[in-house]
Design a protein around this ligand. Structure first.
Ligand SMILES: *Cc1c(COP(=O)(O)O)cnc(C)c1O
Length: 349
């Protein structure tokens, strides 16, 4: 996208025109209120009888400090990043007319959400070494291509793409580039967050589900130019994050030493990779910038079943393009990794 262009030029007309739902709490503009009888709530206090803040202002302030981004650049979803993925299609893609581009193999939700929204998804296979096929991605675009999904570090190939490739896509793709950074905390490649000010067509997705260890709370984020962030706010469900979760995220992130947690998992990842590569049933451990390893096995299907027989479940990724005979193994606790290695050692082909 050229630098003088507005990212609003990619937005659907109905979304630009949208008058958002106004909640009881939106219409109240402040004052000294002690009786709240505006929202048809049950008045008896049980801790959750009141509707939560629909704009979750405290949570936003907290996350904006945590991520060093402005609060007006943030959309926070209460169904994880998956919510942001769905809303992104709904904001930018006219069903049956517009299309999106994604790399493959990659995260499955981009394709499912495209199908739900009746949007064509053009999947471009990674190069054989899992590097980013920048020229082929750009060549897949036409005048109705509104989105480009790039997961970096990529699930399931585990590699992060070089910043220069991502920046070239931002400059040359005439649409929105969405970089899914679910695994960025484990990566040696820096986040794209600081590039949003230079590229108004860049959206970065992050989540509390992976490094932060809060998958159960279902909080994900889209960080973008404020003009785009405002559209997510309009399109989202009014009360998309429940009250206890808003508080839980603030309390738990304040009490979590992310850096120490990530260091431990990354150290375990390197240990696991070294030990796996010594096993006769392992053909290749692919380099990882994430909290999992993609591993090419001598016979992934049979080894997958063998692990299940011994109480260990991994993800069989063998059917994905370029991933024949591979398993995706999440880095577990030191004890879980040790036990998995012991089981694989006892495997006889
Ligand atoms: C796990 C994962 C997410 C996170 O999803 P949430 O809905 O936030 O839990 C997002 N993108 C990718 C590529 C993932 O692997």
């Amino acid at each position: 996208m050229s630098t003088e262009q507005s990212p609003l030029s990619y937005v659907r007309d109905n979304i630009l025109r949208l008058e958002p739902y106004s909640t009881a709490r939106d219409e109240f503009k402040g004052g000294n209120i002690s009786v709240w009888i505006d929202a048809n709530e049950n008045p008896f206090n049980n801790g959750v009888n009141r509707y939560p803040d629909p704009h979750h202002r405290l949570l936003k302030q907290h996350i904006s400090r945590l991520k060093h981004v402005a609060a007006n650049q943030l959309f926070i979803g209460g169904a994880g990043s998956d919510e942001a993925i769905d809303l992104t299609y709904r904001i930018f893609c006219e069903p049956r007319l517009d299309n999106a581009i994604a790399i493959t193999p990659s995260y499955g939700v981009y394709a499912v959400s495209a199908a739900v929204n009746d949007v064509e998804l053009r999947e471009v296979q990674l190069n054989d070494d899992f590097s980013l096929p920048v020229d082929r991605l750009l060549a897949a675009a036409d005048s109705r291509s509104k989105l480009m999904w790039i997961c970096s570090p990529n699930n399931p190939t585990a590699n992060a793409f070089p910043t220069r490739d991502l920046l070239r896509l931002c400059r040359e793709f005439d649409g929105m580039v969405v970089v899914d950074e679910a695994y960025i905390d484990f990566s040696s490649v820096p986040s794209m967050l600081s590039e949003i000010k230079n590229h108004a067509n860049l959206i970065v997705l992050q989540t509390f589900s992976k490094a932060w260890g809060m998958a159960g709370l279902r909080i994900g984020m889209a960080i973008s130019d404020p003009r785009i962030a405002e559209l997510y706010e309009r399109v989202k469900y009014p009360y998309n994050i429940n009250g206890p979760t808003q508080k839980e995220i603030i309390d738990r992130t304040s009490a979590t030493d992310l850096h120490a947690m990530v260091q431990t998992i990354v150290a375990e990842r390197e240990l696991l990779a070294t030990e796996l590569s010594k096993l006769p049933c392992v053909v290749r451990v692919f380099p990882s910038d994430a909290n999992f390893l993609l591993v090419r096995m001598t016979d992934a299907n049979s080894i997958y079943d063998y692990l299940i027989e011994h109480g260990v479940i991994v993800r069989n990724r063998s059917k994905l393009p370029g991933c024949q005979s591979t398993l995706r193994i999440t880095v577990g606790t030191p004890d879980e990794n040790r036990r998995t290695l012991d089981i694989l050692k006892s495997y006889k082909s």
